[in-house]
Design a protein around this ligand. Structure first.
Ligand code: PMP
Length: 502
């Protein structure tokens, strides 16, 4: 297998490797079952980091061209022998090869797997990132829907402006004021979930090869979205006070990133809160190096104890922060309503891109959520959630104390949804997930939150979704699974599939 690296090229090295292997597979030079060299060996022979080869292989796997099997290593699984249709027999269309490069980069089944798991009733799921079902204010929403349809009639079925239903934008501006964020209506856009904000921000700011700085670990959908845009992702380590500024500065100087992405409150997955000092430091760095900050804050209002720290957006004097939030974690994720507060030129650009995507966010969802805020249900509901989730968090902490082995560590989050667990280094939580789901309990493996295969001995536990009486039972089961698991160290030469099949 012949691969040459061009270090002067603007194409990232992992993509150079990927493209050359892909070309050799599609041209038939590498036939089906051809064994690719182990990551470490190829990295050594090319003089690159092992992570670079790991990323190239991940891309080829996502394209369905190679696969890893225990005992067989990584092999070619697809050749181009049906392509071209040059013979007299028409052959089936090779759909995968027609997809654009950015479409193939968007392939990742982890989120789909998690959503599927949430809908399974036979599993105690600590994997979800959604509110408790029994706390959803169904009766209130039913009444509000009747009112909306009575008062507004068909208006709720018509189009709204791309930027969002005007009354809802007013309600969100008020909500933001309570968090010390003061924006005008034209500095706000309603989105179809904050996930859409991540996607639009990637489209607006990122060219292939641009660098995005993220916390390490971070929200896996953000990683997927940045990857889909072809960005290079650079992780900054975190500690109990959030992203480490001593590590951020040299990375900014080295990589000159296009964007800093941060979840400063009850971070997903670690649950940590960035302290005030670091927020101010991050803003100073952003001002100095002229880098926009994408602040993702779905959990900030879900504080169960301790004192709130102002959002970066509230501290931002110069308009560098784009602030993303959502109704998904406090109300219903199914409404798909989030928002972005940012300087006007950003909002205008967001609106142009959103218009091509979905014209606007669901009118009925927006009308309902506006009523929910206006009639003061929001703050009452939030109070209830903060009491109930504190109780659930405590139940989970107590269960961990009772059942976890002495070499398992976890944090005590003051809010949000997650407890982040660190297991002993020889446990691989991705492999363990299959066994856990056989025992009817699920979590998200740590590896999902890293860009480069790290985090294999971590796992994220959600305490908002599982029923109160299931938390203790589920943690007990999970700890039994961990304890019983034969400690299998992964042979680097033959890595297992990294994505859980559930
Ligand atoms: N950002 C973070 C940090 C999240 O945890 C989530 C949901 N898990 C989102 C964004 C997406 O939320 P939404 O439902 O609004 O798209």
């Amino acid at each position: 297998m012949n691969i040459t690296i061009d270090r002067e090229s603007t194409t990232p090295i992992y993509l150079q490797i990927k493209h050359q292997i892909q070309e050799q597979i599609l041209s038939g030079k590498l036939a089906a079952d051809f064994p690719l060299p182990p990551e470490r060996k190829l990295a050594e022979s090319l003089g690159v980091n092992r992570t670079t080869v790991f990323n190239a292989y991940q891309e080829l796997k996502a394209d369905g061209l190679i696969a890893s099997h225990v005992g067989r290593g990584t092999i070619v699984i697809s050749t181009n022998d049906g392509a071209g249709n040059s013979g007299s027999h028409p052959s089936p269309l090779l759909w995968r090869q027609l997809f654009s490069e950015s479409a193939s980069r968007a392939r990742d089944s982890l989120l789909g797997n998690i959503l599927q798991m949430v809908s399974r009733h036979d599993i105690i799921s600590f994997a979800a990132g959604v509110p408790a079902q029994e706390l959803e204010p169904v009766d209130v929403i039913r009444d509000l829907q009747t009112q909306v349809l009575k008062d507004g009639g068909q208006a709720a079925f018509l189009h709204t402006p791309v930027e969002g239903h005007h009354p809802l934008r007013e309600s969100i501006v008020k909500l933001l004021e309570s968090r010390e964020i003061n924006v005008s209506l034209d500095e706000l856009i309603v989105l179809s979930g904050s996930q859409q904000g991540l996607d639009i921000a990637s489209r607006i700011f990122l060219e292939s090869g641009d660098v995005v700085i993220v916390e390490e670990p971070t929200f896996f959908c953000a990683l997927q979205t940045f990857r889909a845009a072809g960005a290079r992702i650079v992780g900054v380590p975190i500690d109990e006070n959030g992203m480490r500024m001593d590590a951020l500065k040299p990375l900014i100087e080295k990589y000159r990133p296009k964007l800093i992405y941060t979840i400063p409150n009850f971070q997903n997955p670690s649950g940590v809160v960035m302290n005030l000092e670091r927020r101010l430091e991050m803003l100073d760095l952003a001002y100095h190096y002229q880098i926009p900050i994408l602040e993702d804050d779905p959990y900030g209002l879900l504080r169960y104890e301790g004192k709130a720290v102002p959002p970066l957006k509230a501290l931002d004097r110069l308009g560098y922060v784009m602030y993303l939030s959502t109704f998904s974690k406090i109300l219903c994720p199914g409404f798909r309503v989030g928002w972005m507060a940012a300087p006007k030129p950003v909002i205008r650009q967001f609106a142009w891109v959103k218009q091509n995507m979905d014209l606007h966010t669901s009118s009925l969802s927006q009308c309902l959520l506006d009523r929910f805020c206006r009639e003061n249900y929001f703050s009452n509901h939030l109070k209830t959630l903060n009491q109930r989730y504190l109780q659930r968090r405590n139940i989970m902490l107590r269960a961990l104390e009772r059942y976890a082995m002495p070499d398992i560590f976890w944090n005590t989050p003051q809010g949000g949804y997650y407890i982040w667990c660190c297991l002993s280094e020889d446990v691989n939580t991705t492999q363990l997930l299959t066994k856990a789901t056989e025992h009817r309990v699920a979590y998200v493996p740590g590896e999902a939150f890293y860009n480069d295969g790290q985090g294999q001995n971590y796992l994220r536990l959600n305490f908002s979704y599982p029923a109160v009486d299931q938390i203790d039972i589920g943690i007990k089961k999970l700890m039994q699974v961990i304890q019983e698991s034969v400690v299998t160290t992964i042979d680097e030469e033959f890595p297992l599939e990294v994505r859980p099949i559930i």
